[in-house]
Write a protein that binds this ligand. Structure first.
Ligand SMILES: Cc1ncc(COP(=O)(O)O)c(C=O)c1O
Length: 482
């Protein structure tokens, strides 16, 4: 048997890599990353291709090892070329993500050391780093001592955990789910509707409260609806407000909603996945004033803190409520319960084993300091206003309200054409052209184009280019119709 084990060991040891292997793998990977970054400003923001990365299937897994060089070629042609380039400063569609370089270093180190960040016992220092990030965000929101939270993979999961915590905190019984009521607006992110299903609340009533002309929840209508639901014997459960809707960047009247939630004893959640980090700016603090009254908030570092995808966060005002909703013990983990000086992520979310997400947030915040983040966010707010003013100067453009945060929405009104068809044609042309990227949406059945400025590489030059290309594409669609 020993002989057989030794034979297998010889094979298995290949997984461990030598110092020389590591050096050359790292060099090749770094060269690839450098080439990507140094040519980024010339790269398109979107690449249309018929093949759409199909070539990845040409190199199936097999027993035979392959060379990193060859694999990087595949990555380049099949993965990092077709489709959207979220690293580009000319990406102003959806809600742009980030991709700070120090976060890549942090992920690299986190993967090498592979600290176990599910429970405090296993890696107390790593869990302290995560808790430090959460405390910093709790301070930003204005939550008191005793607040808690969790670093999630994104905003969708953060919203889901918030809803489950709200449900559990209400102590509602499953037999009453069909009398439970959740209040939001039509502009809430669709992940909240998904979360309602995942939380087993499919039968609950979802009230979409009317909005004002800026697409913000009408607080008086909310209160009337809650009262009328109570009068009918229903069970108001939670309010899901938005601090920066995805479509329009609108911020619901958080302060007033906070008071309503308080009067009616409802769990008040603010989805600030997109808008939350604007709290680092005076303007953001003003439009989101009262956010500290909420019971929980979602805030996405992979949006407004420019981290790579895979970084969301849920913050909860009363940490005990999150713990009571998410904690579960296991026999085989009994040794870990000895160390309880700090909260363990596994007690505050459905995850047990998890990526050490905190490091990719901690490292850039420490290396750069907070000031450049604040400046970048202020810059994005101003760039959105700048874009708004430039779009105003284009004949035929109808603009939505002045951006509250950094999303501008608008449409072109052609003289003799159906505006929806025309605007879809503009966005199709922009995608085909690919130099810049914007996306479209529809609001009450009408097609709008939107410019979402949040990528940390988006500056004045990129915004000027986006506006210029938009103008060019409008003219092209005009001429193609003649
Ligand atoms: C307001 C809002 N909430 C939630 C989400 C979902 O976040 P994620 O994509 O990180 O799951 C988004 C995504 O754009 C968003 O804009």
């Amino acid at each position: 048997m020993e002989q057989q084990i030794k034979e297998l060991e010889k094979q298995a040891r290949k997984l461990e890599t030598t110092a020389q292997d590591r050096k050359s793998l790292l060099e090749e990977a770094t060269d690839y990353g450098e080439e990507f970054l140094t040519s980024l400003s010339e790269k398109p923001a979107f690449v249309n291709s018929d093949e759409k990365g199909k070539g990845v299937y040409d190199i199936p897994f097999s027993d035979k090892p392959k060379k990193l060089d060859d694999l990087l070629d595949v990555l380049n042609s099949e993965v990092d070329t077709p489709g959207l380039n979220p690293a580009s400063g000319k990406h102003a569609g959806y809600i742009p993500g980030g991709g700070l370089y120090p976060s890549a270093i942090a992920d690299y180190l986190a993967a090498i050391t592979n600290r176990y960040t599910g429970v405090f016992f296993s890696s107390p220092g790593a869990v302290r780093i995560e808790n430090m990030c959460i405390r910093w965000m709790n301070d930003l929101v204005g939550y008191p001592e005793g607040a808690s939270g969790n670093l999630t993979s994104g905003g969708s999961i953060a919203n889901l955990i918030a809803l489950v915590a709200a449900r559990d905190n209400s102590e509602i019984k499953a037999r009453d789910f069909d009398r439970a009521v959740i209040y939001t607006t039509r502009q809430v992110h669709h992940c909240v509707v998904k979360a309602i299903k995942f939380a087993g609340l499919r039968e609950a009533r979802l009230r979409t409260i009317p909005m004002d002309e800026h697409y913000r929840m009408k607080a008086d209508a909310l209160e009337e609806q809650i009262q009328s639901d109570k009068d009918e014997g229903l069970i108001p459960l939670t309010i899901f407000a938005s601090a920066g809707t995805t479509d329009l960047g609108a911020v619901d009247p958080i302060d007033e909603i906070g008071d309503i939630a308080d009067r009616h004893d409802l769990w008040f959640h603010v989805d600030a996945a997109y808008g939350g980090f604007f709290l680092l700016t005076d303007h953001g603090r003003e439009v989101m004033s009262g956010i500290e009254k909420s019971d929980s908030a979602t805030i996405d570092p992979h949006k407004g803190l420019f981290l790579p995808y895979g970084s969301g966060a849920l913050l909860v005002r009363d940490g005990q409520k999150l713990y009571d909703s998410q904690h579960m013990s296991a026999n085989y983990l009994q040794d870990t319960y000895k160390a309880n000086e700090e909260a363990s992520p596994a007690d505050l979310s459905p995850e047990l084993s998890k990526h050490f997400r905190g490091l990719r947030m901690w490292l850039p915040l420490q290396l750069f300091g907070v000031a450049p983040f604040r400046a970048a966010l202020k810059e994005k707010l101003l760039l959105a206003r700048y874009a708004y003013s430039k779009l105003q100067q284009i004949d035929g453009i109808e603009l939505g309200p002045e951006p509250e945060l950094s999303v501008v929405f608008f449409r072109y009104l052609p003289e003799d054409e159906d505006p929806d068809t025309f605007n879809k044609a503009i966005v199709d042309r922009i995608h085909k052209d690919g130099r810049v990227f914007i996306s479209s949406t529809h609001i009450n059945g009408t097609v709008y184009l939107r410019l979402a400025i949040l990528n940390f590489r988006t500056h004045l030059e990129e915004v000027k280019q986006i506006v210029a290309i938009l103008k060019e594409m409008i003219s092209e669609v005009e001429s193609s119709k003649q």
